[in-house]
Design a protein around this ligand. Structure first.
Ligand code: ADP
Ligand code: MG
Length: 298
């Protein structure tokens, strides 16, 4: 699979603050990537670096096969990293014509791209009459004018109402279905889950997970346990190869599974060690719980 972007051990420091820490990942053609993390986790900084608007402190990145300069590579990148900004008194069509002039491209794609974002029937309305969702859709059309290899979006649905959010997500999925690679930053787990095939999870500039979204969702779950002899149980769990880690809260022990094991097999095993349980329930975390666990400060 063709590589679009390679990031190696990238670090960005603002004085004492490390906004991005030793970050590595690659972007392959045709996938939809999400950079997911809470506010301040380094998403926009990462996008800024690869778009040459933020200087890196350490590490490196290269676009495509590594043989094109970043300057040339960025001609094949469409990016929206700020709030959409067009001339308010000009129509959508006039604004896009201006973008074409600046970028040195012909006008023949304007209507096609306005159609992709559902603004063809409003193309002669002035930009200032647009809703925030329409402004964002116009920005997407503008970023698509040169048929980029990859579209980069920073928090594309921030500030939109539910209908606007839905429209933007549907447009992103449509663009991806036509083969354009997408990289979007979001602090919303459900956005990444709905739109992306791959995810890089960041916390305080550090990568916690990178891989397929459906593999992040899969988990072996956990046992909830109660026992009169808590100490023996906890000691046993510590040495158990199928148990990743444990948590104790109000007399309830949660044992997270490293590998699958059935509740009955587990119960039998404990009995054979002389540990009898008062309570045993097997559960799976919701995706949200898993994300919170991943991004938890502890
Ligand atoms: P995100 O996009 O995930 O919300 P950012 O990349 O914007 O996170 O910010 C990461 C960290 O870097 C934050 O702690 C933020 O305050 C800090 N930061 C971002 N830009 C600057 C800057 N220009 N000067 C100083 N600190 C910055
Ligand atoms: Mg940001």
């Amino acid at each position: 699979m063709e590589t679009i972007l390679t990031i190696n051990n990238l670090t960005k420091k603002y004085g004492h603050l490390t906004a991005v820490k030793n970050l590595s990942f690659t972007i392959k053609k045709g996938n939809v990537y999400g950079i997911l993390g809470p506010n301040g986790s380094g998403k926009s900084t990462t996008l800024g670096i690869v778009l040459n608007v933020v200087n890196r402190t350490e590490g490196d990145f290269h676009w495509f096969d590594g043989n094109t300069t970043t300057h040339d590579a960025l001609k094949k990148v469409g990016a929206i990293i700020e709030r959409p900004n067009f001339y308010p008194y000009m129509t959508a069509y006039q604004n896009l014509k201006l973008v074409c002039k600046i970028k040195g491209i012909t006008y023949d794609k304007i209507e096609e791209k306005l159609e992709v974002v559902g603004l063809l029937d409003r193309m002669h309305s002035k930009f200032r009459t647009y809703s925030l969702g329409m402004k964002q859709r116009l920005a997407i059309a503008s970023a698509l004018l040169n048929d980029p290899e990859i579209l980069i979006l920073d928090e594309p649905t921030n500030g939109l109402d539910p209908q606007g959010i839905h429209q933007i997500r549907a447009i992103i999925k449509h663009i991806a279905s036509k083969g354009t690679t997408i990289l979007l930053a979001s602090h919303l787990l459900d956005e990444v889950e709905k739109v992306c095939s791959h995810v890089v999870v960041l916390r305080k500039g550090e990568k916690l997970y990178a891989g397929r979204v459906d593999e992040m969702i899969s988990s072996n779950g956990f046992f909830e346990l109660k026992c009169d002899d808590e100490t023996s149980l906890l000691n046993y769990l510590k040495t158990h190869p199928s148990i990743k880690n444990t948590k104790v809260e109000d007399g309830l022990i949660t044992a997270f599974l490293e590998s699958p094991i059935s509740a009955s097999a587990f119960n039998k095993e404990l009995l054979s060690k002389g540990i009898s349980l008062l309570h045993l329930v097997q559960r799976k975390e919701s995706l949200e719980e898993q994300f919170l666990q991943l991004t938890d400060n502890n």
